[in-house]
Design a protein around this ligand. Structure first.
Ligand SMILES: C[S@@+](CC[C@H](N)C(=O)[O-])C[C@H]1O[C@@H](n2cnc3c(N)ncnc32)[C@H](O)[C@@H]1O
Length: 199
């Protein structure tokens, strides 16, 4: 099943499915990462728009997603805001000029994008030279036991949910030509990490 069909199919239950993780961890992280931003922000894979309430009013936010049905939920969340624009678009082929955003954001997206490195290269291209790419993602741990479990379980998570749990996302950010500023472990040792980088 393609990514678009998968997310179209689960779009109406996505927020409910994610509620436990959202309440325990994600919502606080979203607030911490996004509440201090300003300027032009691109969010890649905005999904149902869970980050929308956390963007300050002084951001001009452009959100893209490949799934029209996920976007329709994001549109509802954006309806009370006048600083959010949403478009259906593929992360691997962004329809924006070079150097057009102060920040490029992903949250829990690089595990499901079919080709993360081309998508990260696109993020680098559209980010201003003095801007920042911020990825809040889960990935393969550097702990050998956790990494082994992720490798063993990955075929199952891909088959059932199309989500890869063993991607080497910090390496992928580097392979895309982005320059890492810092990487912060967020939870489950280093499975959830916040990566900040510059073009
Ligand atoms: C796990 S959801 C995360 C949604 C949201 N970022 C959040 O924090 O809740 C992953 C999202 O990435 C989107 N996505 C996957 N591949 C994509 C691509 N190539 N281009 C744009 N969006 C994509 C999916 O449609 C889905 O909405």
């Amino acid at each position: 099943m393609s990514v678009i069909s998968k997310y179209n199919r689960i779009s109406h239950v996505y927020d409910i499915m994610e509620l436990p993780m959202e309440t325990m961890m994600f919502s606080n992280w979203r607030e911490e990462v996004l509440s201090g931003l300003s300027g032009r922000v691109l969010e890649v894979g905005i999904g149902t728009g869970k980050n929308i309430p956390h963007y300050p009013d002084n951001c001009e936010v452009v959100g893209i997603d490949i799934s029209d049905k996920m976007l329709s939920h994001a549109k509802e969340k954006a309806s009370s805001r006048n600083n959010i624009s949403l478009f259906q678009m593929d992360a691997e082929n962004l329809g924006f000029k070079d150097d057009s955003f102060d920040y490029v954001i992903t949250t829990f997206v690089l595990c499901s994008i079919p080709q993360p490195i081309p998508a990260l290269k696109e993020m680098k291209r559209v980010c201003k030279p003095d801007g920042m790419v911020i990825n809040l993602e889960h990935m393969k741990s550097e702990n050998r036991a956790i990494a082994l479990a992720e490798d063993v379980l990955n075929p199952l998570t891909v088959a059932i949910t199309d989500v890869n749990i063993n991607r080497e996302t910090v390496e992928n950010v580097k392979k895309a030509g982005l320059n890492i500023i810092d990487v912060r472990n967020m939870a489950l040792k280093d499975v959830f990490r916040l990566i900040r980088s510059k073009p």
